[in-house]
Design a protein around this ligand. Structure first.
Ligand SMILES: NC(=O)c1ccc[n+]([C@@H]2O[C@H](COP(=O)([O-])OP(=O)(O)OC[C@H]3O[C@@H](n4cnc5c(N)ncnc54)[C@H](O)[C@@H]3O)[C@@H](O)[C@H]2O)c1
Length: 431
């Protein structure tokens, strides 16, 4: 096997030279990293003709990067990846073989992204003969969820604003067809005009109140005509926060409860009833996903808006049941509970003219969701600029402790408990 050279001009292989950027770690540059014969001492023999070269072992972020060098023909057996996969195909100048994967079989190419869990379900690597060989290295990243792929179809409720709209943009940027739903017609038209149909992407919109089961039925018929192979990514996300009637408290206004639950909970079950079969009946075994947008208020239950909290607690419960139900019969359909942190959207735009420092932008939520989906995570609990992932976890542990330790409910906020709760969350609860 001849030595392969890193073909990039050496001048480009330098770390970032500009001003240090906040929260961005220093670049790590490993010269000659793709020169497979650069220094034989760096390769750890694994089996005959198979070596590893450790590159990075990140203790703080819990991942490692290895190069795998294989110099023989054969089939790499099915295996699982617990984190993102970065695949580099290095084609030897005079070698007869290239690494060919069956990624293409599941719709993956260099523009696409894969779910590590899904990769575990297919045969990942196959050595095969290719007609034409080049000495160029082909590289593609596999650290995103495969459902976000060209040609797949996303249906998003509450798509005219905030997190739904940011998700629609994300899907569109991946070449996906869009079906956008919202009750706010003007904003929906505006959103759809930002995401127009092209020769490859079909965007359609439905002005619909998610609480209206009949409207979902009509939509279901439209979907079977427009997208006969079904919905690949279903995001049930439309939500609202209802005020009780003027002069009434929340406990005096049944309409406050019924409207909140009709939109935030039944709006989700209506969507599942209308569209789950279109996802289950798909003829192809490509990954599909359902995301239900919940809320931390449905988990830790802070005082103030009982109907909203109850509606989101129900969403959590429904998402858990759906995930359990599908995981054995339809492992290709993953279910995720998206729990945004404080996010600057239509929900808060009335109170804040611009994004407060503590809030995340909706695009950050979508990016976080994508990464967690790629990691196979069900409970996607987003942090924000004020609340860290660790603090969220400790608050959830404290909340569950109300039941376990027979404390009064909502103890975190009660005058007789809140100092203890704050102190324990800060110093005592360990994860
Ligand atoms: N923004 C936050 O801080 C935050 C935090 C936790 C959870 N959430 C949840 O995120 C989801 C998205 O909200 P957002 O923050 O992007 O707010 P948003 O107001 O920007 O978007 C919600 C969208 O849902 C639509 N909608 C409301 N009622 C509807 C109905 N009956 N039928 C169809 N569409 C309807 C609205 O018109 C709007 O376009 C909601 O479920 C919300 O409860 C938001």
């Amino acid at each position: 096997m001849s030595s392969t050279q890193d073909e990039r001009p050496k001048a480009t292989a330098v770390p970032y030279q500009g001003k240090p950027l906040p929260n961005v770690p220093n670049d790590l540059v490993i010269p000659n990293v793709l020169s497979l014969d650069f220094d034989e001492r760096l390769w750890v023999s694994q089996a005959p003709d198979i070596w590893f070269r450790p590159l990075v072992f990140s203790v703080s972020q819990g991942y490692f990067v290895n190069l795998l060098r294989v110099r023989k023909s054969g089939i790499l057996s099915r295996h699982r990846h617990t984190g993102p996969v970065h695949n580099v195909n290095k084609v030897p100048v005079d070698g007869p073989c290239v690494l060919r994967t069956s990624f293409e079989d599941c719709g993956l190419n260099e523009d696409n992204f894969a779910h590590p869990l899904f990769l575990s379900m297919i045969t990942v690597g196959m050595w095969d003969r290719f007609g034409e060989l080049t000495s160029r290295a082909r590289s593609f990243r596999l650290d995103s969820f495969l459902v976000f792929r060209k040609g797949a179809t996303a249906l998003i409720s509450g798509a005219a604003s905030g997190i739904g709209l940011a998700t629609a943009h994300f899907c569109y940027s991946r070449g996906m067809n869009l079906v956008l739903l919202d009750v706010h017609e003007h904003s929906l038209l505006e959103a759809t005009s930002q995401l127009p149909s092209t020769s490859e992407i079909r965007t359609s919109m439905f002005h619909l109140d998610v609480a209206d089961a009949k409207a979902w039925k009509v939509l279901q018929q439209g979907i079977s005509t427009m997208h006969p192979s079904g919905i690949d990514f279903l995001m049930l996300n439309a939500g609202c926060s209802v005020e009780p009637e003027a002069g009434k408290t929340v406990w005096q206004d049944p309409e406050y409860f019924s409207r909140t639950l009709a939109v935030n909970t039944l709006g989700y079950t209506n969507g599942i009833a209308a569209l789950l079969d279109t996802m289950r009946n798909g003829t192809e075994s490509k990954p599909r996903a359902i995301v239900l947008t919940g809320s931390k208020q449905g988990i830790t239950n802070p005082p103030g808006n009982p109907a909203y909290n109850a509606s989101k607690a129900a969403v959590k419960s429904i998402a858990e049941q759906l995930s359990y139900h599908l995981h054995s019969d339809h492992p290709e359909i993953s279910v995720h509970l998206l729990v945004p942190g404080w996010t600057y959207t239509g929900f808060s735009a009335g109170r804040f003219p611009s994004k407060p420092d503590g809030a995340w932008a909706p695009e950050q939520v979508v990016e976080y969701m994508n990464r967690k989906m790629a990691d196979g995570v069900f409970y996607i609990i987003c942090p924000d600029n004020e609340v860290t992932e660790v603090l969220d976890r400790k608050r959830i542990v404290w909340s569950a402790g109300d039941i376990v330790y027979e404390r009064p409910p909502l103890s975190r906020w009660r005058p007789d408990w809140k100092d203890t709760a704050a102190a324990e969350i800060k110093d005592k609860i360990t994860l």
